[in-house]
Design a protein. Structure first.
Length: 494
């Protein structure tokens, strides 16, 4: 025994040396591992089989806003509850007993992709969970921006395919009243003042709105239209202002940009503004005044620069009296009022419109159609309660149903012909005056001749664009037309 102990003591110096070397080796390995731990591209986080934090990279400060010493020793369950990270990858890996990939949000507002791997001992117990967390905040933001762009594109596509847009329609007019209106429109394109277009249904309010946009310098900026009467109130709000994710049951996962966002830097055409619900009128007024609004369920205001063109066929003053339209919104919209007269008050437009639609439908249906003079006279004298829309529909109808190349009176719907019978007036001659007792008044023949001349010259003037055409139509020479126009005060005074 004595011999043996002396033998060990003989070897002590060399054993000490060996141990020292091994300790140094371990120390170097630990230092290397620590360096890898701290400098790995992913932030590493190690917990034990109960979820207690054992070790964490020094970069944890950036991701979770905590120093390593504040985390080490703490349970991941406790940290998750405090919202340091949500959800805990370690907890999920322990629950599922296998490697998991999750997206984690941190209290610092970061988005992490975490791969959590459980390590098992020889008896298959989980002794460690190693998490590698990668900061995805930037790429997540990019993804959100991409989604936003996709939504914008969807919105634009939606608008482009939305039925009822008629930006292809040319604006046709010859009357003085329309000429006065149209002449100011190009100037409106250069300013961003709000325009309110009023007029009966079908007079061409939307065509005028298109014209303003197309004749403005920013005509390639968005021009978005919405009909406030055709969409239920709840839907109208989300269409106009958009919503955040989860704002209401059925709201899309990613939220949605509204038309105000889509129309940014461009024009939003609010058709049938008179039908906008009161609650939304307030929200619209705020956008007009402050240039900002919030999406439904949103917290942060969104700034937009949108030019508003609104249109209505209702009497907004009346609606204000009935407390159905906000007076302050009316004033804010009515900066540039445009009132389009009904077609019956601008008969000079009827013939060029007929010609325009006749050409359009003839070429659309691949037919060559002309109207008889009787038909033209009748259509010119009709009162067009549905205005240009009705005229367009009638022209389409008679082009389609007439068998012959020349469209004659038989093809005209009877309600148009009957309207003259009811009024006891002939579309082919001037209106008959009635005396105070209701009987037809007799006027001197000379005056009757003058009235007839004046009437037919006016009618020819509506159909023709120059004196030569008028002379041809009336079967006289140009100087006669000119002289008679002067006589009846029908020449432009300008
Ligand atoms: N001056 C015009 N020139 C050519 N087409 C016109 C003109 N005015 C109206 N139209 C046509 O008549 C139809 C009705 O016009 P529009 O939709 O602009 O009327 P609106 O006043 O906006 O009607 P509503 O009040 O019912 O919305 C459209 O097909 C349009 O293209």
């Amino acid at each position: 025994m004595k011999q043996a102990s002396s033998h060990i003591s003989d070897r002590m110096p060399s054993l000490n040396n060996q141990l020292k070397q091994e300790v140094e080796l371990y120390q170097t390995a630990i230092d290397d591992l620590q360096a890898i731990f701290d400098n790995s591209y992913d932030v590493l986080y190690v917990a034990d089989g109960k979820g207690k934090t054992l070790r964490v990279s020094s970069a944890c400060q950036v991701l979770w806003g905590e120093e390593p010493e504040d985390l080490i020793g703490k349970s991941v369950y406790e940290l998750e509850e405090k919202g340091i990270f949500q959800p805990s990858a370690t907890r999920i890996a322990l629950e599922q007993g296998k490697k998991v990939h999750i997206i984690q949000r941190t209290k610092e507002g970061r988005t992490l992709m975490v791969v959590s791997t459980p390590i098992r001992d020889s008896e298959d117990n989980i002794t460690r969970v190693v998490n590698a967390s990668r900061d995805m905040t930037e790429s997540h933001k990019l993804e959100e921006e991409l989604n936003e762009m996709k939504m914008l594109i969807d919105g634009y596509r939606n608008q482009l395919s939305r039925p009822g847009t008629n930006s292809q329609d040319k604006l046709i007019y010859r009357s003085r009243s329309m000429n006065d209106i149209i002449s100011i429109l190009p100037r409106l394109g250069t300013v961003d003042s709000t325009v309110l277009i009023t007029g009966d249904s079908g007079v061409g309010k939307e065509v005028v709105a298109n014209y303003i946009h197309e004749n403005s310098p920013g005509d390639d900026n968005p021009f978005i239209k919405i009909n406030c009467a055709s969409i239920p109130e709840a839907l109208l709000e989300s269409e106009l202002f958009g919503y955040e994710q989860g704002a209401f049951t059925g709201a899309g996962k990613k939220g949605k940009a509204g038309l105000f966002e889509l129309a940014n830097e461009g024009t939003l055409f609010l058709d049938e503004i008179g039908d906008m619900p009161l609650q939304l009128q307030g929200k619209l007024l705020r956008v007009l005044q402050e240039g900002e609004f919030m999406r439904i369920g949103g917290q942060k205001p969104i700034h937009v620069k949108v030019r508003i063109i609104a249109a209505t066929n209702q009497n907004l003053e009346e609606k204000i009296k009935e407390n159905l339209f906000r007076r302050d919104l009316f004033y804010r919209l009515n900066v540039i009022p445009i009132d389009i007269p009904p077609l019956r008050d601008r008969k000079e437009d009827i013939f060029p419109l007929i010609q325009h639609f006749l050409e359009g439908f003839s070429s659309k249906f691949n037919m060559k159609k002309v109207l008889s003079q009787d038909v033209i006279n009748l259509l010119e004298e009709y009162s067009w309660p549905g205005n240009v829309r009705e005229l367009k529909n009638i022209v389409e109808r008679i082009v389609v149903i007439s068998n012959s190349q020349e469209i004659n009176l038989e093809t005209i719907p009877s309600y148009i012909k009957d309207s003259f019978v009811k009024q006891k007036k002939s579309p082919l001659i001037f209106h008959e005056d009635r005396g105070s007792n209701g009987s037809e008044s007799i006027i001197p023949l000379k005056e009757a001749v003058m009235q007839t001349e004046s009437h037919f010259i006016q009618r020819a003037a509506r159909q023709c664009s120059n004196l030569t055409q008028m002379a041809q139509l009336l079967g006289v020479n140009q100087s006669t037309v000119s002289r008679k126009m002067q006589k009846y005060g029908l020449l432009d005074k300008e």
